[in-house]
Write a protein that binds this ligand. Sequence first.
Ligand SMILES: [Zn+2]
Length: 447
Amino acid sequence: MIFEPQFESMPRPRMRELQEQRLHDIVRYVYERVPFYREQFDAAGIRPDSVCSLDDLPRLPITRKTDLRDHYPFGLFAVPTSDVSRIHASSGTTGKPTVVGYTRKDLDLFARVVARCLAMAGAEPGMILHNSYGYGLFTGGLGLHAGGELLGMAVVPVSGGMTERQITLLTDFRPEVIASTPSYALTLAQEFHQRGILPEEISLRFAVLGAEPWTDSMRRQVDTSLGVQATNIYGLSEVIGPGVSNECVEARNGSHVNEDHFLPEVVDPATGETLPEGKEGVLVFTTLTKQALPLIRYWTGDIASLHSEPCRCGRTLARMSLIKGRTDDMLIVRGVNVYPSQVESVLGRMPELTPHYRIIVSREATLDSVEVQVEVTDDFFRIVGSEVLSDDIVETHQLLRQLRDRIAYLIKDSMGVSMQVTLVAPGTVPRSEGGKLQRVVDRRALR
Ligand SMILES: [Zn+2]
């Protein structure tokens, strides 16, 4: 089903008109209410009333995460805190967290766009949603929750962690839909497998997965091991949270952007120049209708491309590709650009491996070295018959040595960078249970 067909299937010329009207209004709104934007526009010589077309977008300044941090906590809000109904914040691994606010109307919008996304993923009114996203300051849990309720689902607010209890509730409540991170969906699949429960015995039909980058090989594993059709949900709290876009279950070929509210652009990561449709670059969003924290041309750091050809689901909303990587995550190793997703796609080709891996970068004297730690599957672990995959065992065990050498060869072959490969026992790489997962540990910065 399509939750709001009047917008999601709107003819594209009409969508453009709506976006241009809303862009004009929001530019004026931020100019009048947010000193940061007034200064930016004045400095660039932009009169708010002169912005009437999408062609005017490249003239507008880019907003970055650092701008939010510099105005911590509420400096970019366009309303007084007395008009704010909810505040979320990022975990803030470095320095201050990023703070976002919602008015009552923003929360209604948040629920509507998530309801659209759930419907895109295959969910329907009357189904049960098992929501394993973390509740709390992270926008995932409460975001999916409100969207599910608005769609007419029964939402089970399990939150992240306590896998034992999740398995019990999944078995007893028999939900049709699960929302979680892709890595946690695989953790649950592994638990079912260990209990001898077959995918066709699991009630789930649709999985709405997001909050961390994933690949098509991970999707195949989730599909087969849980017996579902998995789709990608995309969002970031600065723009609204989850609900910016979702793949439709009919095509599963790019995520439909709710572009009547979040205007997408793709720009060159180095120059900031706007790129044409189909070209890969950094996603930039302008919020067209948010009240508390409207953002003009917000730099997401996520690398993707946009496409607007017709989709078989009947929606006309443009689609964005799976995220190829993040400009933040992009590693420069011995002068070569490396995205973790490239490593992941090599690992995804090996049936002996799980999708759980970490990349550790360090520097000896002046030379960068990269180690890839990846878990082998339970089945493979039993075959090699070891308690621990210590270096000694890997050296002497022919199967392990061959596997390790093959991974190292394929990585070097596809990326042009040598990496040391370490095979580790199942369950030893840190998991994401509700929030974001850190795939890359860059120890160079600590020296
Ligand atoms: Zn579609």
